[in-house]
Write a protein that binds this ligand. Structure first.
Ligand SMILES: [Zn+2]
Length: 443
């Protein structure tokens, strides 16, 4: 089976000079690049990408797919369907399933479920400690052999620095990055939103930025001492961005990601989540503004944008965290943390970053594709060089579209961006050369 994607604007961070080329795909891999005017080989299917951007498939290095254990929120199949609709050809599920992904059997199970769904690739992230309880290290080597690409106790960060130090030494020997959700729970305990003016105003208990900063600094010191690669998940504070920037300048092996909601919204949204469509309607205490880390204040958001601009931030990841409507419709204090994000990420990246001139299209592709592949050591992806997997995200930079929760392919609908209008969006997604999502078929 041969396919050629032609007339598009190719963006491959690994080969920036080849923007005019067509991509020839054979047996699920990129076979060659064709110069403009070069004849298309006989018997080829053709995808006309006129006016469109053709990029290496996006890799979301931070999602929660809820399977096994909480299939009423999401399954691997429904999560992968939402992923490809959002332009993500690969996703990395965190281990906080039930049971926790702390062994090779569960890692393998996740990959098999993804293969059955035949939509996006799944590269699981294994637990750092058994049951993510922060005491005994999990079998990292076996999980890696089964297909895990990193380790993390996301959501239940390892509180004990001694255990984290041993975890880093162990992970380093397996060339596995340690991904940390940085939160010192002794500082954030009981908090439901960012500690600041709005938490006071709303009478809600706050989570101070310090709770994140202190763990980021601890992890950087441990990475320096052990030589391990630490990746800071969903950076949300000024202090984190500054600490990562300093560490990178010192040559410490640290990388980090940000989520679209942290570069778009501030804690003001907890008081007033006015969707783009119905501006002016005040919607306080919307539980779709509750996530961990929380939406921060303006000064933190500005620091995040600065970090994206100057390269301190390596990747955009969604932290897609589906929850059933019955759970999210509790009062603010009791509702679970987290929002869905797979289908809105690219729209938000255009709205807040590309269309405002913060970053170039090339840098967007790098943050969503080449960099996650590099951080996680996923070979043959994050580029469209001949020989790589034919995972491709096709984007229309001028597409006007509106996100509606009711149209979501996720099993859950907990997005604060319902009704938001975007310019720039995904029109087609290919995984291993197969069209797995097409916007024109879906509307
Ligand atoms: Zn987290």
């Amino acid at each position: 089976m041969k396919l050629v994607i032609e007339n598009g604007h190719l963006i491959d961070p690994a080969a920036p000079e080849n923007t005019g080329m067509s991509v020839l795909i054979e047996d699920g891999r990129v076979a060659a690049w064709l110069h403009p005017g070069e004849t298309t080989p006989q018997g080829c299917e053709v995808f006309d990408a006129s006016g469109l951007l053709v990029a290496p498939g996006f890799i979301d290095m931070h999602v929660h797919l809820r399977e096994p254990g909480q299939e009423h929120k999401e399954t691997i199949a429904s999560g992968c369907a939402a992923a490809v609709a959002g332009g993500w050809t690969s996703v990395c599920p965190m281990p906080n399933t039930d049971p926790i992904n702390d062994n090779a059997a569960i890692t393998r199970y996740m990959i098999e479920q993804a293969e059955r769904a035949a939509l996006a690739n799944v590269f699981p992230i294994g637990a750092i400690t058994k049951s993510s309880d922060g005491t005994e290290l999990a079998e990292m080597g076996e999980m890696k052999a089964a297909g895990a690409v990193a380790v993390s106790d996301d959501g239940r960060p390892v509180p004990n620095a001694g255990i984290m130090r041993r975890a880093m030494q162990y992970a380093r020997d397996f060339y596995l990055p340690v991904i940390d959700h940085c939160e010192d729970k002794s500082l954030s305990f009981g908090g439901v939103m960012h500690e600041g003016k709005f938490s006071l105003l709303l009478g809600l208990k706050g989570m101070p930025a310090l709770a994140e900063d202190i763990d980021v600094v601890r992890d950087i010191l441990l990475a320096k001492e052990t030589g391990a690669h630490v990746h800071i998940a969903h950076v949300s504070t000024k202090g984190s961005v500054e600490a990562v920037r300093r560490a990178k300048n010192e040559g410490i092996h640290v990388t980090c990601e940000v989520t679209p909601h942290h570069f778009t919204l501030t804690d003001r949204a907890v008081e007033d989540l006015s969707p783009g469509a119905d501006a002016g309607v005040r919607v306080p205490y919307d539980t779709n503004t509750k996530m961990s880390p929380p939406l921060r204040s303006e000064e933190h958001l500005e620091a995040i944008i600065e970090g994206i601009k100057d390269g301190t931030v390596d990747a955009i990841a969604t932290d897609h965290a589906p929850h059933h409507a019955d759970e999210k419709s509790l009062e603010y204090d009791r509702a679970p943390f987290g929002i869905t994000g797979l289908e809105t990420a690219v729209g938000l990246a255009f709205k807040e970053l590309v269309n405002k001139g913060v970053i170039s299209l090339e840098r967007l592709v790098e943050m969503c594709s080449a960099n996650p592949a590099r951080i996680l050591g996923i070979r043959d992806r994050g580029t469209l060089k001949p020989g790589s997997a034919a995972d491709i995200t096709v984007i229309d930079p001028y597409l006007g579209w509106t996100y509606r929760n009711v149209d979501s392919r996720s099993k859950s609908r907990n997005s604060p961006f319902d009704g938001w209008h975007f310019e720039g969006g995904v029109v087609a997604t290919f995984v291993a050369g197969r069209l797995v999502y097409s916007r024109s078929d879906s509307v």
